[in-house]
Ligand binder design. Structure first.
Ligand SMILES: Cc1cc2nc3c(=O)[nH]c(=O)nc-3n(C[C@H](O)[C@H](O)[C@H](O)COP(=O)(O)O)c2cc1C
Ligand SMILES: [Mn+2]
Length: 494
């Protein structure tokens, strides 16, 4: 059985010794970050702050705060309900392997698979715990322990929301995790970056309004869910193809549909078992300055313009739990979220690039700065083809540096990668620059959102690539000698 909701997962974490309750009063301004940073960098547990407070506002919050929820490989496995994350990747690979049926026998065989898939689609239900309290006029964010993460931050930020929008063009739902800076009790920023789906929905409305100013609404409805079962929460982080509903994918991962309820004031649906839901809208005519914010690059993102989100209604549980996360100098909790993305996207990448054996985005590369990819090389220039293809993939397109290695390199072993890659390159010959869109958080590029990228072909070079000298063998001791030394090892006094 999949976790029904956040508290179901909390019970599991507690049973597994993966949760620490903090009963002392701790300030939401900076103090929770300082504690969480120390805990997450030492591989510690999820933290449930039972008495968050704010000295600045003179408040003791009645709502507890959960953080570092999936901040370790063990908790990622618990969230996914698997022994190893590779089990999930394999299930996904199987799904993608589905071939169109050829004969009737094939069709019959396919039916259970399709039925299984159908049973994962989100299901609309009448009621859910998120409707225990419904506040319209009285709705206020002030009751939630929303954190100021770092000293230079422009304010308090909701950091792990599931932001739900519907494409004004296709009507398809999208779920994205975009931070929200609190402006006042009923207004926040909506920090969907330029390349993200929420931003695309907003832009589409903008273009439509320019074309048909009188026939187009200038508002777009948005619902924000905070706190749910862990896979529903994580689905907002996954860079799904634009037309793929994240809640469908969450259903596949949970092996059980996500249950949704209709919102009160907007025409959207939200997870029925969420802790908190904010309903409202963004307005084409209300763009505001957002930031700065201590970001997952380990640097502050600068101020920029983003839409304001206006709250029309808050629905919540009677005793909600507020889920937060804090990003900053790596590694922090988001590294493990990125790790889920990395492992689940490998099968998707391999669908288009079957030569890819494995890939890795080390924590120090903060996702977009470094992607290491191992390939089974089959033709001259193959590494270049792979780099160029990756620069065309959603999500991975932002990779500032791509290092391509042969399939005998363990991409997760950074020492091995550095050793072999540095040995294998003739820099002028093997490094390639290109220009293109870069992550909005990139701070070194020549222009915001546009800059250069570097590909390193660190594979062995072939005669057909113009390398005609012999390529040296890697040094490996022979088995016979190893066995012999194994036998005498202890007698040598080791
Ligand atoms: C903790 C965390 C915070 C994030 N904050 C933002 C954000 O503020 N803005 C943004 O555009 N993406 C943010 N992201 C990344 C997006 O959630 C991610 O790119 C997601 O795939 C976007 O979904 P979409 O493709 O449906 O737009 C964040 C990711 C994590 C893990
Ligand atoms: Mn999406």
């Amino acid at each position: 059985m999949a976790y029904k909701d956040l508290r179901d997962f909390i019970v599991c974490l507690e049973r597994e010794g993966e949760l620490k309750r903090i009963k002392a009063r701790v300030d939401v301004d900076l103090e929770i970050t300082e504690i969480t940073n120390r805990v997450s960098k030492s591989g510690g547990p999820a933290l449930l702050f039972e008495r968050p407070c704010s000295a600045r506002d003179g408040v003791d919050y009645a709502v507890p705060l959960l953080i570092n929820t999936v901040g370790s490989p063990r908790r990622v496995e618990l969230a996914l309900e698997v022994e190893s994350i590779e089990d999930c990747a394999r299930r996904l690979e199987e799904l993608l392997e589905l071939k169109p049926p050829e004969g009737w026998l094939d069709k019959v065989r396919l039916l259970p698979k399709l039925a299984e898939m159908g049973s994962f689609l989100p299901r609309t239900v009448k009621d859910g715990a998120v409707k225990e309290v419904i506040e319209r006029d009285g709705a206020s964010l002030a009751v939630f322990p929303i954190m100021t993460c770092w000293p230079g931050d422009g304010g308090r930020f909701i950091t792990w929301p599931m932001v739900i929008t519907r494409s004004p063009k296709s009507g398809r739902r999208n779920v994205g995790c975009y931070r929200m800076q609190v402006f006042d009790e009923r207004t926040t920023a909506m920090h969907w970056q330029i390349h993200k789906t929420g931003a695309e929905h907003f832009r589409w409305l903008q273009r439509q309004a320019e074309k048909e100013p009188f026939a187009t609404a200038r508002r777009m409805e948005v619902a924000v869910a905070i706190g749910a079962d862990p896979l529903t929460m994580l689905s907002g982080v996954l860079p799904m193809p634009e037309d793929l509903d994240e809640f469908v994918f969450a259903g596949f991962l949970r092996r059980q549909p996500v249950e949704l309820v209709r919102c009160e004031t907007v025409n959207l649906e939200v997870p029925a078992h969420a802790e908190i839901v904010l309903e409202g809208y963004v307005d084409l005519d209300d763009m505001r300055t957002e930031g700065p914010f201590g970001d997952h690059t380990g640097y502050y993102s600068l101020e920029d313009k983003f839409p304001a989100f206006h709250i029309t209604c808050i629905t919540r549980r009677r005793d909600p739990i507020y889920v937060s996360t804090v990003v900053g100098p790596p590694p922090m909790e988001d590294y493990w979220m990125g790790y889920v993305v990395e492992r689940l996207f490998l099968p998707l990448m391999r669908k288009q690039l079957p030569e890819v054996v494995d890939m890795h985005m080390p924590a120090e590369g903060v996702f977009h700065n470094l992607l290491i990819v191992a390939i089974r090389k089959s033709y001259p220039g193959h590494a270049r083809k792979v780099m160029n293809a990756i620069w065309g993939l959603p999500g991975a397109m932002f990779s500032k540096v791509i290092v391509v290695v042969d399939d005998d390199v363990d991409v997760h072993n950074l020492r091995e990668v550095a050793w072999k890659a540095l040995n294998h390159i003739d820099p002028e010959r093997d490094i390639q620059f290109t220009l293109g869109p870069v992550d909005q958080l990139e701070h070194a590029s020549r222009l915001p959102n546009f800059g250069s990228k570097m590909g390193v072909d660190a594979t062995r070079k072939w005669p057909s690539e113009g390398f005609t000298r012999p390529w040296p063998d890697e040094i490996v001791m022979d088995e016979k000698t190893k066995r012999k030394i194994d036998e005498v090892w202890r007698s040598l006094g080791f």
